[in-house]
Ligand binder design. Structure first.
Ligand code: F6P
Length: 550
């Protein structure tokens, strides 16, 4: 079934939201709290180990009501069913979108073109499990009979960011294997990684859905060449022992020299940026063990069930998506910050940048017409407290409205409460400061207390005032574990989906990355032949400068 093509701005709810925005744009959150002692009770969600307090937003109950009406009017409910049931919702590529099937229970029935795909998924999961156990136990060895000590994930985009983010996030649960990632076609990247490796004990996992991606193939060839260098006494046959692949393109992977038994299949109904749940997560499984990988999937599956079955007013991904629409489309917010209060999630923002911006960075509606409203939010962020000492100044006192998600955990993994209490006091303090700001009266009272002269106070006062009223969501989770990480990622995936449905765009294709790839191929040809062809003046000038000075 095809998704509908409703322009959200033509819905009744949108028009009502525009009028409602006129009333709310000057609303003060601090005042809203003063007026309603039960505000937090109304605007928080509890589910499993998650608590989301979204009361520090410029909303009232009518805002939420109207946003839910918008979701109803664009047919979100039936779109969710289509998504989970394997309908061809990636219409421009004629594909279902079923990363949720990868984490479904074994008993589930999910059909793609009339065929239940769950048994195939479990076959691959069993293969991941067996392979992981062989590598981590030392039963599988390299060409000189030594167990593997290092794993190198070679991939880019979704074939890199998901595994890299999860391995970093789950470092606490890691085993003895050293894990490396090679993604950029920049030769300095791969050479820096190679420098750290012993060919006898290194396993290479080439991850490419298509097995045609320039960056990944170039890096794989460079590594293969290094692996076969005479100093190591390796032979062509040894490639099969040290290289495995994850791909839909089994033929290309075998042409590279990989034993077909060591190709982990994936399916075209798994989008690259949502693929860490498939065999693309092999490196995660190798790093933290299969059971932890499975827990990650389990956590995602539980969030899937929540999203699929919960009413919109209690549904975490839906509420987060609607709040984001409120700021993006009515307040004109240009970006959103994502601030995890744990160093482990330092790669969360780059990971979700692909998920969010490759999915919803679209300007043509599902009806093929240009949209006349803003889509795709810009996501950025860094862990707190580091972020506080870097860019928080702009969030507090800059001219832009930047709604932010604060993600924190109640239990620290090493049990260091001294550090954790300091970390979390910052976590709570920041959202409070962002909301209340600091008034002239408060600043003046501080000056009086400090005995600041009247003249100095008059000069300094405007700079020390914080307007406040900056919206935040507080996402408080019991503990960072494979399971809660799975739920967290799944929550954001569904937020992306909801937004794409409301914006009437196709979230699961990525035609926008093609043009640059094509041009790069023809420019490479010109660099190789040292002949600069027809370009605009600027590009020709730059290419000539590069060729002359290279
Ligand atoms: O950047 C475009 C893209 O297709 C991403 O969507 C994908 O994750 C990445 O390239 C890598 O693709 P592949 O896994 O096929 O190498």
């Amino acid at each position: 079934m095809a998704l509908n093509t409703i322009n959200p701005t033509e819905t009744n709810a949108w028009k009502k939201l525009e009028m409602h925005y006129n009333e709310m744009q000057k609303a003060s959150m601090s005042e809203l709290f003063q007026l309603d002692a039960t505000r937090t009770e109304k605007f928080n969600l509890k589910w499993n180990d998650f608590l989301i307090d979204y009361s520090k937003n410029i909303i009232n109950q009518e805002t939420l009501q109207l946003l839910q009406e918008l979701a109803d009017e664009v047919g979100l409910k039936s779109a969710i069913s289509d998504y989970f049931e394997g309908a061809i919702i990636n219409q421009t590529e004629n594909r279902a979108v079923l990363h949720t099937a990868l984490r479904a229970q074994e008993s589930a029935i999910i059909n793609v073109e009339g065929q239940n795909v769950v048994s195939e998924i479990y076959e691959v999961k069993n293969k991941i499990k067996a392979f992981t156990n062989e590598v981590t136990s030392g039963a599988r060895t390299g060409y000189t009979g030594k167990p593997f000590t290092d794993v190198v994930n070679i991939g880019i985009g979704g074939s890199d960011l998901g595994p890299a983010m999860a391995v970093e996030a789950l470092q606490f649960y890691k085993n003895h294997l050293n894990v490396h990632f090679v993604s950029n076609v920049d030769g300095d990247h791969v050479n820096e990684v190679i420098k750290k490796l012993n060919p006898e004990t290194t396993l290479f996992v080439i991850v490419s859905k298509t097995f045609t991606t320039q960056e990944t193939l170039t890096n794989s060839e460079t590594i293969k060449k290094w692996f076969l260098s005479q100093d190591f006494g390796t032979t062509q046959e040894d490639i099969a022992k040290h290289f495995v692949a994850v791909s839909t393109n089994i033929q290309k992977a075998t042409e590279f020299g990989i034993n077909p038994n060591n190709v982990f299949p994936m399916w075209d109904w798994v989008g690259g940026r949502f693929s860490l749940w498939s065999a693309v997560g092999l490196t995660i499984s190798l790093a933290v063990g299969y059971d932890n990988f499975d827990e990650l999937l389990q956590g995602a599956n539980e969030m899937d069930e929540h999203f699929k079955t919960e009413e919109f007013d209690k549904n975490m991904p839906v509420i987060l998506a609607l709040l984001s629409i409120w700021y993006n489309n009515f307040f004109g917010a240009e970006s959103e910050a994502l601030i995890p209060y744990t160093q482990y999630l330092q790669k969360l923002a780059p990971y979700l940048q692909q998920g969010t911006m490759e999915s919803n960075g679209k300007s043509v509606g599902r009806d093929g017409k240009p949209v006349n409203y803003q889509t795709g939010t810009i996501i950025w962020g860094e862990p707190g407290t580091n972020a506080q000492h870097a860019f928080f100044q702009l969030i507090h006192q800059g001219t832009k409205l930047i709604p932010a998600d604060f993600i924190g955990f109640i239990t620290p993994l090493y049990g260091d409460n001294d550090h954790h209490d300091k970390l979390m006091s910052n976590f709570f303090a920041q959202t409070e400061a962002l909301m209340h700001g600091k008034t002239e009266t408060q600043v003046q009272a501080e000056f009086d207390k400090q005995g600041v002269s009247a003249e100095k106070a008059k000069f300094l006062l405007p700079f020390k005032v914080f307007s406040g009223n900056k919206p935040t969501n507080t996402i408080l989770i019991q503990k960072l574990s494979p399971k809660t990480l799975g739920s967290l990622i799944s929550m954001y995936e569904h937020k992306i989906f909801v937004q794409g449905i409301i914006w009437n765009i196709f979230s699961f294709d990525q035609w926008g990355v093609e043009l640059g790839k094509q041009l790069a191929n023809s420019i490479l040809e010109e660099i190789n032949t040292k002949t600069v062809k027809n370009h605009d003046n600027s590009t020709a000038f730059l290419l000539n400068h590069f060729l002359i000075n290279k």
